[in-house]
Design a protein around this ligand. Structure first.
Ligand code: NAD
Length: 358
């Protein structure tokens, strides 16, 4: 039965990079037998302009009916003055919450061809391959109560709540251990159990679930040390699993180890493996419309979609091999270009990947 994929181009460079990913999906459908149907809808700033809100009901309905979602990026200066409750980013948070996409998978992988792009020495990062598993629908970003209140003294006080139930920790633990089982068989759980009771429970549950995976080695690390270790010797990590806020910060740090934000895909999954796939970068308003955005993170997001939601691991490998080939051929968008390489724009890079599919 054919799978429904919802395409959400979004704002800024979103439509440019997503166009290349759609070309890739259409080629896999027409030339390689991938049984999919594509739909498109509005989200983010474009949706605010058209409907008054960042996540129109029609988009949410289509998202619920789809088997997988491909998102470009949302946001931009045009909408920055809006109230936080209706900003473009709320469209994303709304989708994650409504679809219960609790597991965010962010690989930080460094293609050997791009080792020079990292700000770290190449022997520290060459061959880097970390999977960060971030809890995405709980923790301090969603905990209640939250707000800004006025104290009796008249001073204002901001407050948020860090809360995790055992079941929330257990399900993200299983995602991390299952992934580690298919990779390097090591999980590092990151917490702040020396200070935060909530993450004391996190550590306890991780240890309990870890006992069910004797073939996977579990270690624990405080988040401040994890930040240091990521920069000092990142290759020590295989799978890292952590809370929503710690994962937000550590995954950006890990992304920068690779030197190019334009290369990194991500997946956000529910308990059935349905997922939303998106590059980790934003809408890059500074280069929007110039045709120079790097589409590879979005095309690699399609590879993740093939692997995690469409059960097509061979096609995922095919896409990743095609990306590898264009890098070997020396093609580079401006964000990753270096001496001796051939600079190309977004569309030419997309065409080259499609041509390299075989
Ligand atoms: P950004 O990721 O958009 O851009 C940071 C820098 O990286 C910019 O210099 C940009 O040109 C460059 N860059 C990003 N993607 C690139 C690509 N594919 N190819 C080449 N260069 C690329 O982050 P920002 O500037 O902090 O945010 C811009 C807007 O995006 C804001 O409105 C922000 O809220 C939004 N945002 C959205 C998401 C999302 O949709 N998931 C994530 C982060 C930021």
């Amino acid at each position: 039965m054919s799978k429904n994929i919802l395409i959400l181009p979004g704002d800024g460079i979103g439509p440019e990079i997503v166009a290349e990913a759609v070309k890739l999906l259409a080629t896999l459908r027409d030339g390689f037998g991938l049984d999919i149907e594509l739909d498109e809808a509005l989200v983010g700033g474009g949706a605010i302009d058209a409907t008054g809100g960042p996540l129109p009901d029609a988009t949410l309905e289509l998202a619920k009916e789809s088997d997988a979602i491909l998102l470009g990026a949302v946001g931009g200066p045009k909408w920055e003055g809006l109230d936080i409750s209706i900003r473009p980013e709320k469209g994303l948070l709304g989708l994650r919450a409504a679809l219960n996409l609790f597991a965010n998978l962010r690989p930080a992988m460094l293609y050997p061809q791009l080792a020079e792009a990292s700000s770290l020495k190449s022997d520290i990062v060459a061959g880097l391959d970390i999977m960060i598993v971030r809890e995405l629908t709980g923790g301090i970003y969603f905990g209640q109560p939250r707000g800004i209140r006025e104290l009796d003294s008249g001073e204002r006080q901001g407050f948020n709540t860090l809360v995790y139930s055992e079941s929330e920790i257990e399900r993200i633990a299983r995602v991390a251990f299952d992934i580690a089982n298919k990779r390097g068989k090591r999980v590092c759980s990151v917490d702040k159990a020396n200070v935060l009771e909530c993450t004391e429970l996190w550590r306890e549950v991780m240890t309990r679930v870890g006992a069910e995976y004797p073939e996977v080695a579990l270690s624990h690390m405080y988040v401040d040390n994890a930040a240091m270790q990521l920069v000092k010797w990142p290759k020590q990590f295989d799978v890292m699993v952590t809370t929503n806020m710690f994962g937000d910060i550590l995954s950006d740090c890990a992304a920068m180890l690779t030197g190019s934000i334009g290369m990194l895909p991500s997946a956000s999954l529910d308990e059935q493996g349905k997922g939303m796939y998106e590059p980790i970068h934003g809408s890059a308003p500074d280069i929007a419309g110039k045709g120079e955005a790097n589409p590879l993170a979005t095309m690699l997001s399609v590879a993740m979609m093939l692997r995690y939601s469409l059960d097509e691991p061979a096609m995922a490998d095919r896409v990743e091999r095609a990306v590898d080939k264009v890098l070997n051929d020396g093609l580079r968008t401006p964000d990753i270009v270096s001496e001796g390489m051939t600079e190309v724009g977004c569309e030419a890079m997309g065409d080259a990947v499609v041509a390299a599919l075989g």
